[in-house]
Ligand binder design. Structure first.
Ligand code: C5P
Length: 407
């Protein structure tokens, strides 16, 4: 059978690590499966492997400068970014990862990365101390939050004997990972294939007057991490998003539809249109109260006191919980400052949810804004307290728990 890599356009970014020699085997593996490979190499990459070797293997000029040496013509990183079906940076040094994470586009590799519309895979290669440095860890987390996939070397006994984490993944395995990527794209299989999912995400704004509102610190990152994971596993995802929620990223963004809303009432109305979907995840930090009136003119400073009358909003999670359909799985979130477990369990019962994802603000690194979260999953499968991890990893855990609840 023809490989799903057949006819695919692949940008291979090579940076300056001793592992650059492995890029040759990677190119050979990809081309053998019928892919076209365009190399973009950094200056220091060229110290480890020659452009002549690379262009011979790929049958294409190897790009490293902004301008072609022979005729001075401009290498368009934008066209290249559009041409690609996937970009893989292998080996990726700490420096290149740092530049990618922070948008330092002073070479052709990072410039191409920033223009690239296709999914990006990154195979780090560096020694263990560099890999463990908080700077590298942060930069890798940033890349993950952009939807990029990090390919780590398996940390088996043999690996830890050799160089451990930080060693570049073997080319044969990278070829396999890219092949899986295209397999999944063309024929997504698995428990979530074609499943319809709705997620609420982010804060709501409750209008006080034309320039003021009541809101909270929710960033929408957790909701979007969930959307990206669901979509990658083959689901069709609708995100009902409050203001400021990040846009979809990653290999399966095409399967994510964004419905933007502002207030709790608008979120409630939008959810009505999608409430029959199979999986509902209520991740938004919906305002519990809203001003009774939204003034049509800016409220002026007058007197010593200003009273604002608030009325309760509709509890969206409770509404969908109480109107559930047979085969639905409904998940809510619970952010607590004290007695977290007790309050969360109470909420799960009251709102009739299958699962509550509890975060406690008493735990450092949990909750709003940041890129990490520490949660406990509460369902009829029991309570599972997870360690502090990135929001993407938390999303993976939540999604696999939902799959288990449904099987
Ligand atoms: O009761 P509390 O607001 O803490 O419950 C949190 C859960 O309920 C979250 O899943 C949140 O998305 C959802 N919720 C909602 N509509 C509201 C308030 C909360 O969907 N008006």
């Amino acid at each position: 059978m023809r490989s799903s890599l057949f006819g695919k356009n692949i940008i291979l970014g090579i940076s300056g690590s001793i592992a650059a020699y492995k890029a040759c085997y990677l190119i050979r593996g990809l081309i053998k499966k019928g892919a076209e490979v365009q190399v973009v190499i950094t200056e220091s990459g060229k110290h480890f492997i020659t452009p002549t070797t690379l262009s011979t293997l790929t049958s294409k000029p190897c790009i490293s400068e902004f301008f072609a040496e022979n005729d001075g013509s401009w290498h368009s990183h934008v066209d290249l970014g559009l041409w690609a079906d996937v970009m893989i940076v292998a080996p990726a040094t700490a420096s290149t990862i740092g530049k990618m994470a922070n948008g330092i586009a002073d070479n052709m590799l990072v410039t191409t990365y920033l223009s690239c519309k296709a999914p990006v895979y990154v195979a780090p290669a560096m020694d263990l101390d560099m890999y463990r440095h908080p700077s590298t860890i942060n930069n890798i987390e940033k890349l993950k939050s952009y939807g990029n996939t990090i390919i780590e070397a398996e940390s088996g006994e043999l690996a830890s004997h050799l160089m451990g984490k930080g060693r570049m993944q073997e080319p044969e395995r990278i070829v396999e990972i890219l092949e899986n990527h295209f397999d999944e794209q063309s024929n997504v299989k698995g428990p979530l294939n074609g499943a319809e999912v709705m997620i609420t995400a982010g804060p709501t704004y409750e209008c006080i007057d034309p320039v003021r509102f009541i809101s909270n610190y929710s960033s929408g990152k957790m909701g979007m991490a969930l959307a990206n994971v669901f979509a990658r596993k083959g689901a069709h995802v609708t995100v009902v998003a409050g203001p400021g929620v990040p846009r979809p990223s990653g290999p399966a963004s095409a399967r994510i539809e964004m419905v933007d809303v502002v207030s709790a009432q608008q979120m409630f109305d939008a959810v009505q249109l999608h409430k029959d979907k199979t999986i509902l995840v209520m991740c938004a930090a919906v305002a519990d109260f809203t001003p009774e009136h939204c003034a049509d003119k800016k409220i002026r400073r007058e007197g010593d006191q200003m009273m604002l009358t608030l009325t309760p909003t509709k509890d969206i999670a409770a509404f969908v919980g109480h109107h559930r359909k047979g085969n639905q799985t409904i998940v809510g979130f619970s952010l607590e400052t004290h007695n977290a477990l007790e309050h969360a369990q109470e909420k799960r019962n009251k709102k009739q949810l299958d699962m509550i994802v509890m975060n406690s603000l008493e735990d450092e690194g949990a909750g709003f804004g940041g890129d990490s979260n520490k949660v406990t999953l509460i369902s009829n499968r029991g309570n599972r307290a997870l360690p502090l991890m990135s929001k993407t990893d938390v999303a993976e855990e939540i999604v696999s728990e939902i799959i288990k609840l449904r099987t």
